[in-house]
Write a protein that binds this ligand. Sequence first.
Ligand SMILES: [Zn+2]
Length: 287
Amino acid sequence: MKLSRHKITTATWQAAKHFGGTIEPSLIVLHDTASRLDEGSAATYLANNGAKVSVHFVVERDGSLIQQVATNRRANHAGRSDYHGQTGCNGFSIGIEIVNPGRMTAAGHGFARSWFKETFNVETFHIHEVTTDEHGHGWWMDYTPEQIATVTALCTALFAGIPTLTDIRTHWYVSPGRKTDTNPLFPLEAIRAKVLGRDDPADLAAEEQSSRRQGQQLVQIATRGSRLNMRRWPSFNPNVIAAIPDGTAVPVIREGIFAGRPWMRVLWGGQEGWIVADYTAELTKPT
Ligand SMILES: [Zn+2]
């Protein structure tokens, strides 16, 4: 595996005690250690513990990387899990544990408390209070830029070297309701986009849920105001990329229903974007 051109601080080997037979990995599962931050603390536990837990890679806070199980051998990192109907992810995935304390609670005076009772300064450690559907409420510590760089470099190298790999997901994704790692601050989609070499996943989702326009290719912008927002994605998140003047005729590229509302992907001002179809009219033919 060629790691040289990637930004991994150091890479070392520390053999795990518990691992199984041969696997043909198709998935990478990302985890948090939910552990102390001291270098080697989580790695030593993962290499040798009574719970028979093991993992292929551990990423320390400073970005250094430790491999503990060969990528073609089964490690015990995901437990009860399911990826798109395929159960038991340990049988077909590579696990990467990222050192992080996991869910914390407010400890007052600008501190957050971990499950192992250590308190961390919220500002020093970049800790944020976040609630998501997948994680619930918590105080979460940001990953270090070094960790993100190493995870990105490692995933890139794994994808380059293992042709059976197809996707990168998190433990909460394959064990929903049971696990919450990685935490809500983890930039999963950015890493997926970079490593998988795809466009923004939001673009892919929009593409999948829409279809090519049939029939009349031009529509006319018909707002009750003066301009209609054109958006990067078919949603009302802050994603406006242009405002099309009322009365403008625009070619429609795709159309689809998003959150119960019809949207159209149109071309205007040299770029493509999404508009709400309710604010368009069939083009009036010149008489
Ligand atoms: Zn996990």
